[in-house]
Design a protein around this ligand. Structure first.
Ligand code: UDP
Length: 236
């Protein structure tokens, strides 16, 4: 039995790269979609926010002298590309997905309209929220927290390279251990980087729990949704 009725899954753009240096790796995106399919099969409603780091990041543009806001809009458009790829892969795998954009590009994807998103979720469709928050100077983690709170997701699931939040960087400190659960306040005091400050504040203020888990561990997403001890739960 699934532990959650509705989840917001945050995937980084990098998660789509696989072993490639850039862009979308076919085998990787198919594997990711199959993991999502396993969760929808449990009856859990799934909304997804995907980043754009595999294509373009605002800070990268800013570092070569670009106007930061312009670079951020490019980053948001990168998330639209990833969202389209994700939804199309879902279609190929026999799932039904809808992409909704925070920036109006109506010929490409429909705009984000909250009641419509809720309707799609109730109908069992996967909703992919594209273009982040629609504003420069924010991240897709913040978009995930925002949309997660808006749709009343019970949890935000952040798929990362590491299988949870550790007492120290496990790559540098072999004695580091994984937290099974930790509060937002403890994470703040211990200076554990679980989310950027804006996303972190939103989750904490809106009482949206965050589960950090590994995207590289096969079946981890399903185990998280089944409520098993996978990753780290950050809560109020
Ligand atoms: N971005 C933005 N506003 C948002 C979300 C994203 O300006 O609300 C831009 C920002 O430039 C960011 C890029 O889109 O660098 C890609 O998003 P992010 O870096 O969060 O992607 P990820 O690291 O998860 O792949």
């Amino acid at each position: 039995m699934a532990a959650y009725k509705r989840i917001l899954l945050k995937l980084s753009g990098e998660a789509l790269m696989g072993d490639d240096a850039y862009g979308i790796n076919r085998a990787t995106i198919v594997r990711m979609v199959k993991e999502i399919q396993d969760v929808t099969a449990l009856g859990t409603q799934v909304a997804v926010v995907i980043g754009g780091g595999n294509i373009f990041r605002g800070v990268a543009g800013g570092s070569v002298g670009m106007d930061r806001a312009t670079a951020d809009y490019m980053g948001m458009l990168a998330t639209v590309m990833n969202s389209l790829a994700l939804a199309d892969t879902m279609r190929q795998e026999g799932m039904t997905a809808r992409v909704m954009s925070a920036i109006s590009i109506d010929q490409v994807v429909e705009p984000y309209v909250r009641p419509k998103a809720l309707q799609y979720l109730e109908e069992g469709k996967v909703v992919v929220f594209a273009a982040g928050t629609g504003n420069p100077f924010f991240t897709t983690d913040t978009a995930a927290a925002l949309r997660g709170a808006e749709i009343g997701a019970e949890v935000m699931l952040k798929a990362t390279k590491v299988d949870g939040v550790y007492t120290a960087d496990p790559k540098k400190d072999p004695s580091a251990t994984r937290y099974s659960t930790i509060t937002f306040d403890e994470a703040l005091i211990k200076n554990l980087q679980v989310l950027d400050a804006t996303a972190f504040a939103l989750c904490r203020d809106q009482n949206l729990p965050l589960k950090v888990f590994s995207i590289f561990k096969p079946g981890a997403l399903k185990r998280v949704v089944l409520g098993e001890d996978e990753g780290t739960l950050v809560h109020v």
